[in-house]
Design a protein around this ligand. Sequence first.
Ligand SMILES: [Zn+2]
Length: 337
Amino acid sequence: MAKGQRSVGSAKSEIVAALPKACASDLAAVEFFETRRWGKTGPCCPRCGDTDVYKMTDRKTGQRNKRFLWMCNGCKKQYTVRVGTVLEESLIPLRHWAYAFWAGAASKKGVSSMQIQRMTGLTYKSALFMMHRVRFAMAEDYRALPKLTGTVEADEAYVGGKPRYKQAAKGPAPGWLDRKTPVVSLVERGGNIRSFVTADVTAANVGRILEENVSRESHLMTDSAPIYARTGITKRFARHGMTDHRKGEYAKPDGTHSNTVESAFSLLKRGIYGTFHNVSRKHLHRYVAEFDFRWNARKIDDGARTELAIRRGEGKRLRYRAPVATLPPTPAQGRPF
Ligand SMILES: [Zn+2]
């Protein structure tokens, strides 16, 4: 084969190849989730961790049990691949979950619940339920990770809220900013992003987000907004560079700019306005977690990203009735999933 030429399908990962089947049959979906979660070797009991387990079979047919149950010889309890993940307590067939994870991991600007509803034939409520759990699976607890380091760009954007088209022609309506929710993002150049939904862009809030997520040795880069230029919250970092957008300055010859974080925001905004149309303040943190996830997993292919999202769902359960989910809220995000 000539250099640079690929045979059809050769670039597809094994996971990408398995996804269409997983979205079409319940057995394929169950096996897909089992392989993604436990790998090809040793599925272990989600309750006691024992690896002495077996697949339960139907006595008459000898096929897998209808509910795809496993039995653990350690704790003598039955379980399925859903137990101990965001899929627990859901009756939605796993083939729909496979589609939801795939679509969420592979769509650059996100996938709406309306789209999932159309593709799966589920109700809008079920589609929304699935996508919020997919987002919860994707969410990372940043407090458990080392702080960002090297060159770190910080910026804030105002998103969400219902646009008022009549007013738009005349410029922002009074109170325009009140309806929008601030998101503060930090991007390590060449590395990861961390975004936080915050109540207000104040020195206390932004200062705390920086303190908790950026190492002191970092070279911080921001625009010249008063929060960075005047409040002193940037003083604790080794270096701080600013560009002044009002003077038309977007990048300095020494490499000072905040273009990386701004391109992350433009992706988020295009997703919020183009895909989701309307995101309430209450749910914004979920969408932000979804966009952070895709940014941070940008170097792997769609299949590996789908698997990563599924694996992240391990040990997490999203309950709307109980006030606090298994994953504690980050102080900056301020509320649980
Ligand atoms: Zn067990």
